[in-house]
Design a protein around this ligand. Sequence first.
Ligand SMILES: [Fe+2]
Ligand SMILES: [Fe+2]
Length: 196
Amino acid sequence: MSLYADYTDITGLLFDKLDKKRFLHTLGVAGTAACIAMSQGYDIRKAYLAGLLHDCAKYMDDSEYVEYCERHDIDMEDVEVSNPGLLHAKVGAYQAHKKYGIVDGDVLAAIRWHTTGRPGMSELEAIVFLADYIEPGRSHDPDLPAIRKEAFEDINQAIYHVYRNTMMYLRDSDKILDPTTEMAYRYYEDKVSNLD
Ligand SMILES: [Fe+2]
Ligand SMILES: [Fe+2]
């Protein structure tokens, strides 16, 4: 069966669950993840699937995330309690397993880490993290044309570029900085500068 046919059921469930904008973003991330996978020689099906499910839990409001985590014994960090929207990644990995039947640990980890990323991301984690930022429907960062190009030429450079801009944005907007984001920023800054 073709990739799209294999994932028809999951796509249908997501169509029912997510709002229209989020669903279209989801398709954008799945397709972009598959394209980055092609350029990396990575498994296209896994990348598409992880992209498809990365925001599967992005339909709750803040208090619902906290209640959901309490009910299902999902650990919450302080930064997540004060900014519950971050929890959609953890809840998404949980639901991908329980509701969508995903058992592939690489796919579940890519969903888990797609929002903040982390130092030393796996290949699939990096692909989904980047695809989420650069999919064609995005227009939030004036550097997107450069980052999109880098994603297909030098993936670590692209990831570093995303972190650099994210850190600037978070500092300027007084939003809470997840310590994982800061650690990952340092990690990829090191990785890129060590290549020179
Ligand atoms: Fe997300
Ligand atoms: Fe997303």
